[in-house]
Design a protein around this ligand. Structure first.
Ligand SMILES: Cc1ncc(COP(=O)(O)O)c(C=O)c1O
Length: 385
């Protein structure tokens, strides 16, 4: 078995409870949601989906006493961000984002810019990936209808000062949308405490769930101002030819990924039992070992923060001789180590870090990595560079 160092792409392995819950759903309960009668299987499915919404509302500090109706399921954070951005931004709206974004934010914004005339401001970040708060405040002062940003860079692990960002957004009355792809399941996030308009999450990274799951935790009055991206059957209010206005149905047309929701629910329960603090501490300790060794290797350039302060255990490096794709290939072929080279769907982040267009090799640690694996990775890097 190889060594998996690509947890920023998707966490692996998953806790065994996750595939078990999916198998159980598909082989026993397995009814559709709100599209049957009141058989025990219909009720079990309804219970599964409602319980998962409740778990998510509680996990992410949802609004109105963690009302589960304000949790929307999507197939990933990309879809969640598209639902929010395309449903909220109107012709000539103004939106501010940062120069560290993933294309899950950038591409919908660029389309809205070209097709709806939305004015997009990209607020600059420092070369370690941290948002320049003065410049961000300047952008807010100029007048914005929305702010959207990732909580942590998927390229170099830099965590953004989200408390300060949220304070500024409240001060200027700008709704804030968070892409929590890299932090959900690793850092404690409360949508309510941060005053987020929408918290977008993906189920298959730190949340330890299956691919094809994700969603949105909404601030209720903001949700009212967003138009649905997809319309169709909801299993409810079938006499209407128009999409229901109430949540969760407003944003959930079509049969959801029910086996995925079963897996995500089990993953959330696994996180609750394991403890966020335990997960974070373990990843941090392993990251510390790797970071120290990387800093010792003179022939390896590290992008982003040079300490564990304000970062997750996601490291972007480049060999001074040779390129990151060849290094990734050799790590895989000669040592069975899986890591991701290139641009990580985030060209603007690489520009900010000074690693565009060549990209970098990303090594991302996960909860199930071991100290021994980190030692092997260090030895392999030392030999190869
Ligand atoms: C910061 C960030 N945003 C968005 C995404 C997109 O995630 P998904 O493919 O699950 O939609 C990722 C995943 O790589 C990410 O790291």
């Amino acid at each position: 078995m190889g060594i998996y160092m690509n947890n920023a792409a998707t966490s692996w392995p998953k806790p065994e409870e996750v595939p078990k819950a999916m198998y159980q759903f598909m082989t026993s309960s397995g009814a559709n949601l709100a599209r049957g009668s009141s058989s025990s299987r219909d009720l079990e499915t309804l219970d599964l989906v409602t319980t998962t919404r409740e778990r998510l509302a509680s996990f992410f500090g949802g609004y109105k006493d963690e009302d589960p109706r304000y949790v929307t399921f999507t197939s990933n954070v990309t879809e969640a961000l598209n639902v929010v951005l395309k449903g909220f931004l109107r012709p000539s709206s103004r939106v501010v984002t940062t120069s560290m974004e993933h294309n899950a934010v950038m591409r919908p914004l660029r389309r809205l810019e070209s097709e709806r005339g939305v004015k997009v401001t990209v607020s600059p970040c420092f070369s370690d990936g941290t948002l320049d708060l003065e410049r961000f405040e300047q952008a807010l002062k100029e007048g914005q209808d929305l702010a959207v940003m990732s909580h942590c860079s998927n390229v170099c692990g830099t965590i953004q000062p989200i408390e300060e960002v949220s304070k500024l957004c409240r001060q200027y009355g700008v709704p804030l949308v968070l892409d929590s792809a890299q932090t959900a399941g690793v850092l404690d996030i409360s949508a309510r405490d941060l005053g987020l308009a929408a918290l977008c999450f993906t189920g298959h990274k730190g949340l330890m769930g299956p691919q094809g799951t994700g969603g949105i935790v909404w601030e209720p009055s903001f949700a009212e101002r967003v138009k649905p991206l997809v319309e169709g059957g909801t299993g409810s209010l079938s006499h209407l030819q128009v999409q229901p206005e109430s949540l969760p149905d407003k944003f959930e047309a079509g049969t959801p990924n029910l086996p995925g929701i079963a897996g995500l629910s089990a993953a959330l329960e696994w996180i609750r039992k394991t403890g966020l603090e335990t997960i974070r501490e373990k990843e941090k300790k392993l990251g510390e070992l790797l970071l120290e060794a990387i800093l010792d290797m003179k022939k390896l350039t590290l992008y982003g923060k040079k300490t564990m302060q304000g970062r997750l255990s996601v490291f972007a490096v480049n060999p001074q001789d040779g390129d990151n794709a060849t290094l990734a290939l050799k790590l895989a072929d000669e040592y069975g180590i899986e890591a991701r080279p290139g641009l990580h769907c985030a060209p603007v982040a690489h520009e900010t870090l000074g690693s565009f267009p060549q990209g970098a090799l990303r090594l991302s640690v996960g909860y199930f990595n071991t100290k021994e694996e980190i030692s092997t990775v260090i030895k392999a890097l030392k030999t190869l560079v």
